[in-house]
Structure formats: C-alpha cells, structure tokens
Design a protein around this ligand. Structure first.
Ligand SMILES: [Ca+2]
Length: 398
C-alpha cells in the first residue's frame, strides 16, 4: 500500500445528492481484503502463448470476450489502449444507455484510462502453502503506531463517534477499528487513480486467477457505478484516488458501497469519505446496520474445548456463518464460559490458524462478528478490527 496521501481538493465536488438506489454487490475486497482474498488460492503463472499483430490481437480480444471474458488479459493485457478495445467501448455504450449518461463522455473517459501494470500482479493469488498465522496478521494492525493514531482520531472525532453509536447502535470502538485497519485513519487511502484501477481490473483482470470471470464481472459493475456517480456529482473521475482495487476514502468504500451506504454525517450536504471524518464514521456505521449489525450484541466469546474432544468437523462446516446455539455447541464439545452460554442467537465456531506449528485460536463469533466480515470477508480481518478498537479504547481509558 502506498504511503502517499491523496489530494483532498479532488473531492470537494462530491455531492450527497449522488447517493442511493440499488447498486451491485457489497465489497468483497478493498485494501487488506483484496490481499486476503487473493491469497486463498494457488498461484499460477500467465504465459503469453503467441504475439500476433495488433489487429489480430484485437480480433482475438473480441472473440475471447464473446467466449467469456477473462481470457482477454492473456493476449492483449495493457498493449492496446482501452479506446481501441471493442469490449471496453461496447461496455461504455451499454453503461451510457443503462444510466442515461452521455455516450461520448463514457467512451472518452474509459478511453483515457491507463492500464496499470502492477494491478493485475497485485490481484494474482499468492503462493499457497504458507499456513495462515493470526499472530502475524494481528501484529500488522494491532500495533503501537496504529493505536496512537486511533486515540488521536477518537479524541478529534469523539462527538461524531458518539452520535454514530447512538444513531446506528455500532460501538465507537468498532468504527475506530475499521478506519484504523483500512487506512490508519486516513493516512493511507491509496494513490492509484480509481479510474485506472477499475479499468485495468475490468478489462485486464489476470486470467490465471481462479475466479477471473466472476472478479471481472464484479469490477465491471464497480466501474459502472463509479462512472455513474462521478458524472452525477460533477466530479472528474480522474481526480479520485484509492487502492489498487478501487476502494476510496478513510473506510475504503468501493464505488457501489459508496452509492448505497455512504452518508453525509457532518451535515454539509455532501458526502466526502476522504476529507470528512464524520462522513466516514457515519458511513461505516450505516454499512454495518445494512449488513445486519445488532445493537448491544457482543462480537464474539471465548470458548473452551472439552477434554474428551470436540466435533470440529461439524462445528467448522458452516465456516463463519453463525448456525449453532450455545447449547448445540456445548453438545458438540465446545463450551462457552460466562455470558456466552446465555447468548440468545446463533454462533459460529471460528478457527484462526497460528502458522504450521502454533495452536489455532478458537472463538465463538456472533451475528455481529459475521457483520464485520461483510466489510471484508475474513475472520482474521474481523478480529483485527475488534482488537484494534479494544486497544484504542483501552488507551483512551474506556
Ligand atoms: Ca458531509
């Protein structure tokens, strides 16, 4: 991730009016999310088989697109401007019609986007075989620099955090945890032009990725939302910067999430997730409510494995989806001491590996733990958010 700050003036034109209405999927992958997701599968390398002429490459691209999309990247990745890519220009026309946008503007904008050679590389799954390690993952996010920045952020935004807690029922420490893990409180919001990142991921997603077709479709949806909302807000799409996945602002919202869940929380009639901490705070809280956050419910409980062993196969089968009552977990050999035993809703047994040698950590995740994983689909991410928030709260004397 880049350490450069983006230019906040780029955002001044983003209007709150650019909001709601049904968009696309949530946000499976922003900053750390994108990495975590990408690392789950084996790495394969892409080898270009042939180097046909430009004309042939373009024809091949069109044919490959018709056949199913992702194969395009293999033959033409980065070598042909998007204005000369038939599938890109066809998509521009489709977007213009679907959202009543000027077709020339959409075409020109996509044509001006630049291929970012590092982006497909960043999306390529890492080598498999390295065991996941909660201790290592946690140490990246729950560390003194981030905790200190978190206390400053909390102090500077105490009123907005308290208001979000009251209005949405999402504890300040969860919001503080999210914004800290995502961007160290706005210090690392990404320095890629979002337009370039989304065009690259839409038209040159690495074909070797095991879910290339689905990811291509996802990023094309995000590109569509991005063009739509920047046009409506009168913002130059090339003025916005973000992660290599196209996530923006302090909470790293993807365009569809911005459209659906971002709110104006400082009352200036504009949504600015880059420059307004209050807008970022309200938007994160609103995102959680939309994804099932239950006010007052803990995120997780400690567990004790019964000495005679537990039916881990059954308990781990639903992964992080809460499906067992506390009694059902106990019947399968996993006890919840204290408050956990009386938890009224469904729970998930969550396993966090600690490398090949270490003992895994088990916890019982509630529906609120699951809600945090809707921000980024990883239990390691969710527990880091929770524990960073706890550490910041402790440093604040709360
Ligand atoms: Ca605002």
């Amino acid at each position: 991730m880049t350490k450069q700050r983006l230019i906040p003036c780029a955002l001044l034109l983003l209007a709150a009016a650019a909001v709601p209405c049904g968009a696309l999927a949530g946000k499976p992958a922003a900053s750390p999310a994108a990495q975590a997701t990408a690392k789950t599968s084996a790495k394969t390398t892409t080898k270009s088989t042939a180097k046909p002429s430009t004309k042939k490459r373009t024809a091949a691209a069109a044919a490959a697109t018709a056949a199913g999309g992702a194969a395009v990247a293999r033959t033409v990745q980065g070598s042909t401007p998007y204005g000369e890519r038939p599938e890109a220009m066809q998509m521009a026309a489709d977007i213009a019609i679907r959202h009543d946008l000027p077709v020339d503007w959409v075409r020109e904008t996509i044509a001006q986007a630049r291929f970012l050679p590092q982006v497909p590389r960043l999306m390529t799954p890492a080598v498999q075989g390295t065991a996941k390690n909660w201790g290592v993952y946690r140490s990246r996010f729950v560390e003194p620099v981030r905790i200190r920045a978190g206390t400053r952020f909390w102090q500077a935004n105490a009123a907005a955090l308290a208001r979000a807690e009251k209005q949405y029922g999402v504890p300040a420490e969860i919001i503080v945890g999210i914004i800290g893990v995502e961007t160290i409180y706005g210090q690392q919001m990404g320095n890629f032009r979002v337009m370039d990142a989304l065009a690259t991921l839409s038209f040159d997603f690495p074909a070797a990725h095991p879910r290339a077709a689905a990811r291509t479709e996802y990023f094309r949806g995000e590109l569509e939302q991005f063009l739509r909302f920047t046009h409506r807000a009168g913002t130059d799409p090339f003025s916005l910067r973000g992660s290599y996945a196209g996530a923006m602002g302090m909470g790293q919202f993807m365009p569809s999430s911005w459209v659906k869940w971002a709110v104006d929380f400082d009352g200036d009639d504009r949504i600015d997730l880059f420059g307004s901490a209050a807008d970022a705070i309200g938007s994160v809280a609103n995102y959680f409510v939309a994804h099932g956050w239950k006010s007052g419910m803990p995120t997780h409980y400690p567990v004790i494995m019964q000495a005679q062993g537990a039916d881990l196969a059954a308990l781990l089968a639903p992964d992080i989806l809460p499906q067992f009552t506390a009694d059902e977990m106990a019947a399968r050999g996993v006890q919840l001491p204290g408050d956990g035993a009386a938890h009224p809703g469904p729970l998930a047994l969550v396993k966090l590996e600690n490398g090949a040698q270490g003992q895994p950590l088990y916890i019982a995740g509630t529906e609120n733990f699951y809600a945090i994983t809707r921000y980024n689909w990883s239990s390691y991410y969710a527990l880091s958010v929770i524990e960073l928030g706890q550490e910041v709260a402790a440093a604040m004397g709360r």
